[in-house]
Design a binder for this molecule. Structure first.
Ligand SMILES: [Fe+2]
Ligand SMILES: [Fe+2]
Length: 163
C-alpha cells in the first residue's frame, strides 16, 4: 500500500478505536468501574487526535463548500444504497436488531443530507441554532426537545442539547 492509502487506513482504524473505546467506557460506567471508564475515555481522546492528524495529512480536509459536498455525497450513498442493501440483507437473515439499527440510521442520514443541502444553498453561511439530538436514533430537532422523537419514539429526556 502507498503512504496515501496507509493514511486513510489509519484514519479509519483510529476513528473506529475512538468509538470502540467510548462504547467500552459506557460499559465500564454501567459496571461502576469509574477509573476504567476514564482510562477508555482518555485513550479515545488520543485516537481522535491521531485520526484527525492522518485525515488532515492525507489532504482530505478541503474548503467548506467542498466539505459540504463530500458530506452530501456520503449521506446520499448511505441512505440510497448502503443502508437499503443492509436492511434487505438483515430482513433476509431475520436479524431484527440489525434491521432496526440500520433503519434508524437510514432515516437520519436523509435528515443529514437535507441539512447539508440547505447549508450548501446558503454557501455555508447558516446561523447558529439550538440543536437537539435524540440519543437513541440521532434525529435532529431545532429550537427545543419534542415530547417524543418523531423517528424512534424516545421521550424528551433522551434529547441532548448540542451547542
Ligand atoms: Fe449522517
Ligand atoms: Fe429518536
Amino acid at each position: 500500500m502507498s503512504t496515501q492509502e496507509n493514511l486513510l487506513a489509519a484514519f479509519a482504524g483510529e476513528s473506529q478505536a475512538n468509538r470502540r473505546y467510548l462504547a467500552f467506557a459506557k460499559k465500564a460506567e454501567s459496571e461502576n468501574k469509574k477509573g476504567l471508564a476514564q482510562l477508555f475515555r482518555v485513550a479515545a481522546e488520543g485516537e481522535t487526535i491521531h485520526a484527525l492528524s492522518h485525515f488532515q495529512t492525507a489532504g482530505e480536509v478541503k474548503d467548506s463548500m467542498e466539505n459540504i459536498q463530500t458530506a452530501i455525497a456520503g449521506e446520499t450513498h448511505e441512505f440510497s444504497e448502503m443502508y437499503p442493501n443492509f436492511m434487505e440483507e438483515a430482513t433476509t437473515e431475520n436479524n431484527n436488531n440489525a434491521l432496526l439499527s440500520f433503519t434508524r440510521a437510514n432515516e437520519i442520514e436523509k435528515e443529514h443530507a437535507k441539512f447539508f443541502q440547505e447549508a450548501l444553498e446558503k454557501n455555508g453561511d447558516i446561523a447558529e441554532q439550538e440543536y437537539y439530538v435524540c440519543e437513541i436514533c440521532g434525529h435532529i430537532e431545532l429550537g427545543s426537545a419534542p415530547e417524543k422523537c418523531s423517528v424512534c419514539g424516545a421521550p424528551k429526556e433522551k434529547f441532548k442539547h448540542v451547542a
